[in-house]
Design a binder for this molecule. Structure first.
Ligand SMILES: *Cc1c(COP(=O)(O)O)cnc(C)c1O
Length: 376
């Protein structure tokens, strides 16, 4: 059986976790959390990174920092994971969904401006599959309408747009280290903060509304409750597991890219014959091979392909029931403009197995089975 996903693991992790346990340093903001923060700051060039308990929580923190409230509207794609919308719905805001581009499955930047109203407060681009949204256009709209930007870069660590790391364009960027992502700590994420003056507020919100971070740095001699907040810091054991991967991040990234390129090359002839559609990486974007997907003709063909692969012991999956057609999406959000591509393209998409440790021979085998399904 070829699994769809296997969580990333590197051997040094076991020793790092043992070190946390033996030293009885397992709470939040320990040595490994700091190492992860610093690694991400260096790699991305963001002003500050704070490790969190999930990307969902990083997005919640960003919504709190952006002071999102009832009546506010937030523009985002409908083709995304629920967390993108949840963080804002929790604050009483309305997600306003706009259509995606069929080539990258990202929000169609040309449709954002028409969705802006007097209530619009921000834009949440989602960098699908670790391929950047058209950030120049999005940042330009945000500037002209005085909107904040919170990037859902859950899938985007190690990816760039015009040479700049995803998650560093907007006011805030959110990474995920869920077990399905390129780098993992089981459950976890990170909040990237672009502007220095927001760092202290973020630290307070992450530490239950207290100024405990300042206290630990010796900047004040006792800590107290100074604002609203919650508990968004992970155990240092989780950070230790992640740090082991970050130390060899390039190796993991290169392995994934090699698998992705192999899939692409193997399946190119099917695409040329018009049987399937392969992902598009725009010239400005360097991606991280977060996922390899193809598009079948339509939903029945997709179901048949997934079933065929399953019979052959290959687990392929589809995802994202568009949020605007889900029960909560209908209750809390609305779609602006016409759904030309969101539903149609989401019904065609199949994700093939992709993880660190998948072998070239397995990729070849999977591609053979896909070709067999199409009779080629
Ligand atoms: C994985 C993912 C999330 C959620 O990440 P968690 O760390 O599980 O909270 C949010 N948005 C997108 C686009 C994702 O892929």
């Amino acid at each position: 059986m070829i699994n769809f996903n296997v969580p990333p693991y590197v051997e040094t992790a076991a020793g790092y976790i043992q070190e946390c346990v033996q030293n009885q340093k397992i709470c939040g903001d320990g040595a490994y959390t700091k190492k992860c923060n610093e690694w991400i700051e260096q790699k991305t060039g963001t002003a500050k990174c704070l490790l969190t308990t999930s990307c969902t929580h990083a997005t919640e923190m960003a919504a709190l920092l952006a002071e999102v409230g009832p009546g506010d509207e937030v523009i985002m794609p409908s083709y995304t994971f629920v967390s993108t919308a949840d963080a804002f719905v929790l604050r009483g805001a309305t997600p306003v969904f706009v259509d995606i581009r069929p080539d990258t499955m990202n929000i169609d930047e040309t449709k954002i401006e028409a969705a802006v109203t007097e209530r619009t407060k921000g834009i949440v681009p989602v960098h699908y599959a670790g391929v950047a949204c058209e950030m120049d256009t999005i940042m330009d709209i945000a500037e002209r309408y005085h909107l904040w930007v919170i990037e859902d870069a859950a899938q985007g660590i190690m990816s760039t747009y015009k040479g700049k790391a995803l998650g560093t364009f907007g006011d805030y960027g959110c990474f995920s280290f869920h077990e399905t992502k390129n780098y993992s700590m089981g459950e976890g994420g990170a909040l990237l903060i672009r502007d220095e003056e927001k760092i202290e507020d973020a630290e307070i919100i992450r530490e239950k509304g207290t100024n405990r971070s300042k206290y630990f740095r010796g900047q004040i001699d006792k800590y107290t409750w100074v604002n609203y907040g919650s508990s968004y810091l992970p155990s240092d054991m989780n950070a230790a597991y992640l740090y082991a991967q970050l130390e060899v991040a390039d190796r993991i990234n290169e392995a994934r890219i090699a698998l992705w390129n192999r899939y692409y090359k193997n399946l190119e002839t099917l695409a040329q014959k018009g049987k399937i559609v392969l992902p598009v990486i725009p010239g400005n974007c360097v991606h991280n091979a977060h996922m390899f997907y193809l598009k079948a003709a339509e939903i029945e063909e997709r179901s048949a392909l997934i079933a065929y692969l399953k019979e052959n012991e290959i687990l392929a999956v589809f995802h994202y029931i568009p949020l605007h057609s889900s029960p909560a999406g209908q209750k809390y959000g609305r779609f602006h403009g016409e759904d030309v591509y969101t539903t149609k393209e989401s019904e065609r998409l199949v994700r093939l197995p992709m993880y660190y440790g998948l072998t070239a021979a397995q990729v070849d085998h999977i591609c053979d089975k896909v070709k067999e399904f199409y009779g080629c």
